[in-house]
Each structure stands twice: as structure tokens, then as C-alpha cells.
Write a protein that binds this ligand. Sequence first.
Ligand SMILES: Cc1cc2nc3c(=O)[nH]c(=O)nc-3n(C[C@H](O)[C@H](O)[C@H](O)COP(=O)(O)OP(=O)(O)OC[C@H]3O[C@@H](n4cnc5c(N)ncnc54)[C@H](O)[C@@H]3O)c2cc1C
Length: 297
Amino acid sequence: MSEAEAILRESRVPVLRDVPLRTRTSLGVGGPARLFLVPGGAEDLADVLERFAAAGVAFDYLGAGSNLLVADAGPSFVVISSEGLDQAPEISRETVRVGAGYSVPKLANRVAAAGLSGLEFAEGIPGSVGGCVRMNAGWHEGMFGDAVSSFLAVSRHGEIEEIISGPGTFEYRRSPGVGDRFVAAATLRLTPDDPARVKERMKAFHDRRVSTQPTGAKNAGCIFRNPPDDHAGRLIDACGLKGLAVGRAVVSDAHANFIINQGGATYRDVAALIDRIRDTVSGKTGITLETEVVRWT
Ligand SMILES: Cc1cc2nc3c(=O)[nH]c(=O)nc-3n(C[C@H](O)[C@H](O)[C@H](O)COP(=O)(O)OP(=O)(O)OC[C@H]3O[C@@H](n4cnc5c(N)ncnc54)[C@H](O)[C@@H]3O)c2cc1C
């Protein structure tokens, strides 16, 4: 990390030290980020990344931490947070420009109030805009990428470019068009509609979510990707794994694809539970589940 320290001494990017990631992730698991960067602009970040790349410094990006499982000792790399890039949505007719660090539930509510349809499904996805672009977050028929017309990206070598979405930019829960770039801001193209009707549809999504998913418990959303033509939650439930626990981590009774931190769960607990689920489902059904949650070690 000393190479990184030397680069950061000459940069304008604010740096925090030893930031506990269990307080920055929805699962509430993970040790400290030794170096935690909070860039306030794409140019400042690009400058640092160019120098990190030349020096071989390892780094990764943090949004709202709602899809992360972090090691108990903390990540072995520099963490770059989007929280300083949280520019509020600028709405011009059906086009919305918004910073990567802005909260997606807040965005969904803002655009609904402005009479724009397209993010109703996202009101209960507790990610940042950048994280939802990178993960192509979605629920039922909605996918974040469907609303994204372009995004401001910073490559791992520090090049800044506005990338226009096209066929293949977004796939189920991944974004080949984003790749390993940092997303600094996004432009969305939505559809004008009556605000009351948009809010009604949002409420229907909300009601569906609270009746099918755990609420008020620490979790990271769905742990596994859905296999083709099936649901990971259905398979895990069919294998009788609801309630299975390792240490303080347990498979949710409300939705079998959620792992709950009952308080004090460790990375080892959650990782061991993930392995037990995957092995059991594979043994009983022949289907090998792939994780959706991103691991930081
Ligand atoms: C209660 C709950 C419900 C959920 N429901 C859903 C759901 O319905 N659908 C769904 O798809 N997901 C859901 N999730 C998971 C999660 O909210 C999404 O995956 C979301 O997109 C993660 O965004 P984030 O900002 O929290 O990203 P993080 O968890 O911080 O990071 C996730 C990944 O994105 C990368 N990343 C973060 N920010 C950036 C950036 N600015 N640029 C480039 N890469 C970046 C990280 O490096 C990491 O690889 C849920 C989670 C919870 C806790």
C-alpha cells in the first residue's frame, strides 16, 4: 500500500483510512478498507487511476455495498467509493442525468414524482446508480440497463469516456459494456406518464417485495443468479434449506435465495453457508448455482 500512499499524497482525492466495511455493506460483514478513496469528480479519479495502473496498485469500486460479501480481514486492495459523486438527478423532459453515488430508491421516487416511468421496479433495490449500472440490477420484468442511454466511465488506466448503450451493453445481471470501468454518472431515458399511475405501479412492486422477501434484516439481496428457466430461490427451497445456518448466517425463511446476518456473522460463516447450499442443490438437482453477490477478499 506504500506505493498507493505515495501516489495519493500528490492527488486531490480525499482519502480515509481503516474504514470498517461492515458499516458500509447491507450484509454487515467485512473488515476495514485500509485506504478508502472518495473522489469528487471523474478527472481527479482518472488521474489517480492512471498512476495506480502504472504502479500496479490493486483497487476496486464501492457503491452502496448492497451486493458485497467482504472478507473479515478487509479487502487486500484500495477501495474507491462513489459516495462523493452523488449529484442529484437533473431532469430535462424524459432525460435524466444522475451521479453514480446517488441512491436508486431515491431516484425511482424522484422520477416517479416528475411523471417519468421506467424505474418503478427499482424502488426496493438499495444500490447506487453506479452499482446498478454495473450489475444491471433488475426485478421481474424491469432491468436498470433498459433505462440507461449512456454513462460516463473511467477506465482502469484513467481514460474518461461517455459510453452510449447499445445491443450487448447489458445482459442478465451483468454489463459487458461496462466491463471493469468505473461508472461516474448515467443518463437515463424514461417515458412520460401520469405521476399517480407511476406511483401506483411502484406501490404494487413494493407490496410484492415485502410479501416475498425478508425486511428489516441484514442481507445482500439474492445470493445466487437464477439458472436458465428456473429460480435459485425455488431450487434452494425445494432442497429443504430454508433455516439452514452456519454460525450467525442463516438461509431466510421468507426467501431461500437470501442469507441473513443474524448479528455478528463473519465472512467465513457466509462463505461456508454458500458452499453448503451450492453443494446440496448440485447434489440433489444436478444444477450448479453461480453466485450473484460479489466477494471481496
Ligand atoms: C434488500 C435487498 C434487495 C435487493 N434487491 C435486488 C433486486 O431486486 N434486483 C437486483 O438486481 N439486485 C438486488 N439487490 C442487490 C443490489 O442492490 C444490486 O446488485 C445493486 O446493483 C448493487 O449496487 P451497489 O451500489 O450497492 O453496488 P455494490 O454492492 O457497492 O457493488 C456491487 C458491484 O458493483 C461494482 N460497483 C459499485 N459501484 C460501481 C461504480 N460506480 N462503477 C463500477 N462498478 C461499481 C462493485 O465493484 C461490485 O463489483 C438487493 C440487495 C438488497 C440488500
